[in-house]
Design a protein around this ligand. Structure first.
Ligand SMILES: Cc1cc2nc3c(=O)[nH]c(=O)nc-3n(C[C@H](O)[C@H](O)[C@H](O)COP(=O)(O)OP(=O)(O)OC[C@H]3O[C@@H](n4cnc5c(N)ncnc54)[C@H](O)[C@@H]3O)c2cc1C
Length: 291
């Protein structure tokens, strides 16, 4: 089936307009951002919204900027902007690492961070990134704004905390001095979804890991995170044996499923190896004067 079912179409130029349209037309109305997840689902009839609200004209949601000790990203910021941002590269190179291996330039030119996170696909790379970084996500409705921790944003596959009359507007990431970050992914071919992927940040105080965040994609990790591995590494010297121990914990604590991308055991093996590599790279970057 290559053609979506018929739908009504509106364009919103501001967040207020989009929210008013969602409220007026009810739960069968969906926002459309880059359309790279929603349109394929509509063509396959896995999604049949009665009305789309196109939020591409909302330029107020397209930004990457520093606000005090936070890096904030508007929901309509495109993958290509995340990849090109000097601010992100300086503070969190994990974004550039991840963006280089998300899809292809055509998808990256249109797809947005807001759409990626709200799609809630268990293999979404940016979900692992924001969960690794313990970002906060700002959700707005016509009654105001609420903030949800990225790790609590997902209710299950393709299900998030964003209600039918709400929209995600912003991602807020704390800046951490002495921090390095990295993303590692294995895919079947260039531009494909992950077989498994791991993102992390490491904050060093001297030789010691004072804080760490580890995000996992495509392996069914609660909150896209490896919290036991983080707890084991926090406070320890950033020595290879400690990184390896955390990596082993990440591999046992996730819950990958065998599918066309590979058997469970292979995915666990990847998580262990990719976690070890990502942590080592993040430690090196922290030592080179990361943000
Ligand atoms: C060929 C191909 C390969 C891909 N490969 C990868 C990959 O390797 N890794 C990866 O991570 N992704 C991959 N993607 C997905 C890509 O990252 C999409 O851009 C992303 O999933 C969705 O972003 P979008 O802006 O296109 O969202 P849309 O498709 O417009 O929307 C997705 C969902 O989010 C909702 N939504 C959108 N914006 C908001 C908002 N601000 N608030 C509330 N709800 C909102 C929509 O209603 C819809 O339900 C791939 C896509 C394609 C087509």
């Amino acid at each position: 089936m290559q053609t979506p079912a018929a739908f009504e179409y509106d364009r919103a130029a501001t967040v207020g307009e989009a929210l008013a349209l969602l409220e007026r037309h009810g739960p069968e109305t969906r926002l459309i951002a880059g359309g790279h997840s929603l349109l394929p689902m509509m063509k396959l009839r896995l999604a049949r919204p009665e009305r789309l609200v196109d939020i591409n004209p909302i330029s107020e949601l397209s930004y990457i900027r520093l606000e005090g000790m936070e890096l904030v990203i508007g929901a309509m910021t495109r993958h290509a902007q995340l990849l090109a941002s000097a601010e992100l590269l300086r503070n969190y190179p994990i974004f550039a690492d991840a963006e280089r291996v998300i899809a292809d330039p055509v998808v990256r030119n249109r797809g947005t961070i807001g759409g990626s996170l709200c799609q809630g696909d268990p293999a979404e790379d940016l979900s692992a990134v924001v969960c690794a970084l313990r970002a906060q996500l700002v959700i707005r409705s016509s009654n105001g704004a609420r903030t949800v921790a990225a790790r609590e944003f997902y209710l299950g596959p393709y299900e998030t905390q964003v209600g039918p009359a709400e929209m995600l507007t912003e991602v807020r990431i704390p800046l951490r001095r002495g921090t390095g970050s990295a993303y590692e992914k294995v895919e079947r071919r260039t531009g494909d979804w992950a077989i498994a992927a791991v993102g992390c940040f490491v904050t060093l105080e001297g030789e010691r890991v004072s804080d760490v965040g580890i995000g996992l994609a495509a392996v069914n990790a609660p909150g896209f995170a490896a919290e036991e591995a983080e707890a084991a590494l926090r406070g320890q010297p950033a020595a290879p044996e400690n990184l390896a121990r955390a990596a082993d914990l990440a591999a046992v604590s996730c819950r990958p499923q065998s599918d066309q991308r590979g058997p469970e055991e292979y995915k666990r093996h990847l998580v262990g190896e990719l976690t070890r590599r990502a942590l080592a790279r993040a430690v090196r970057r922290a030592g080179q004067g990361g943000a």
